[in-house]
Design a protein around this ligand. Structure first.
Ligand code: PBE
Length: 308
């Protein structure tokens, strides 16, 4: 009985929707809420001149703040920061309602596999193009832990591998460290490459700092596994990018795998120049930018218009 009621209700709803859609077609010839007639002006306005961002402490949040301050076409825009989770919820809701939204996006992340979204072109390279995600060590790390440092230097992952693992984590609803547990068993050959021919450690503890985005947790936990399989103990501490740099520079942490350079964490790298060593990329071809659902008729950041 209840189901029948539900069915009738949904049928009624569908009918109403069809009728509304037809009505729209015939009258309202000059309305511009038709997807086909949206202009950059109306889209920017519908977005309330707001970029839906992530954590205020993220490197890319600083990049977006600078952009709003300096770019003519973003004058009067708001950068709404909160958290990655909140941004994804807003994206999800906007897509369900087919409303325009512009978000802070990056790769690797599962958002591009889960949602039909596209990066806005970035003709002025405001986000700096492709980036390396670098391993950094504290001064003296290589001298104090030469074996561990050799494994850290050998450590490298292909970005596709990370992307696939993040998607697994999302689809199976398991945390990234848990995904790593099975990944290292299935990919022993990759893990062994990091330690092949390297002497064993003898129980030394390595302090690894990392930011808490999944794109960073995956490499960090794979490295932890490789080091722990080779005689070390690894403490992973999750911190903001600012603290990550500060703790490497002050020597309270030994190593990180999560420095996005040259741009995203460029301000931190500059502040602590000379107070850390670069140990090569953990992965390459990372990217940050602004993204919109594919139904939003904008192609480029320069299509956004000022709020005046
Ligand atoms: N991210 C993901 C981070 C680094 C990793 C791009 C959101 C940021 O600091 O912006």
């Amino acid at each position: 009985m209840k189901n029948m009621k539900k069915l009738l209700l949904s049928l009624g709803l569908v009918l109403v929707l069809i009728l509304t859609a037809c009505g729209d077609d015939s009258d309202n010839a000059d309305s511009n809420d038709d997807a086909g007639e949206s202009t950059p002006e109306t889209i920017s306005e519908e977005m309330e001149y707001t970029i839906t961002g992530i954590e205020p402490g993220a490197g890319m949040s600083g990049v977006i703040d600078d952009m709003i301050e300096n770019e003519e076409n973003l004058q009067g825009w708001t950068h709404q920061t909160s958290s990655t989770g909140a941004m994804l919820t807003e994206l999800d809701q906007a897509i369900q309602n087919e409303e325009p939204i512009v978000i802070a996006a990056w790769s690797p992340h599962y958002m591009f596999a889960k949602y039909d979204i596209k990066y806005l072109e970035d003709p002025n390279e405001l986000f700096g193009g492709e980036e390396d995600v670098l391993k950094l060590g504290r001064l003296g790390f290589e001298e104090d832990f030469p074996i561990a440092a050799e494994i850290v230097r050998n450590f490298y992952l292909e970005i596709d591998v990370i992307e696939a693992a993040l998607l697994d984590s999302q689809e199976q609803e398991i945390s990234v460290p848990e995904v790593v547990e099975t990944w290292v068993v299935d990919n022993e050959d990759i893990v062994n490459e990091f330690t092949d021919g390297v002497a064993e450690g003898s129980g030394e503890t390595i302090e690894l700092v990392v930011t808490s985005w999944d794109s960073e947790l995956f490499p960090a936990y794979v490295l932890k596994h490789a080091l722990e399989g080779h005689g070390f103990t690894v403490n992973v501490t999750k911190v903001d990018p600012a603290i990550m740099f500060e703790s490497i520079a002050s020597g309270s942490a030994d190593v990180t795998t999560a420095a996005w350079l040259p741009l995203t964490h460029g301000a931190f790298a500059e502040r602590y120049e000379g107070e850390y060593i670069e140990m090569g990329p953990a992965y390459e071809k990372a990217k940050t930018g602004l993204a919109v659902p594919t139904y939003v008729e904008l192609d480029s950041i320069s299509d956004l218009v000022p709020n005046e």
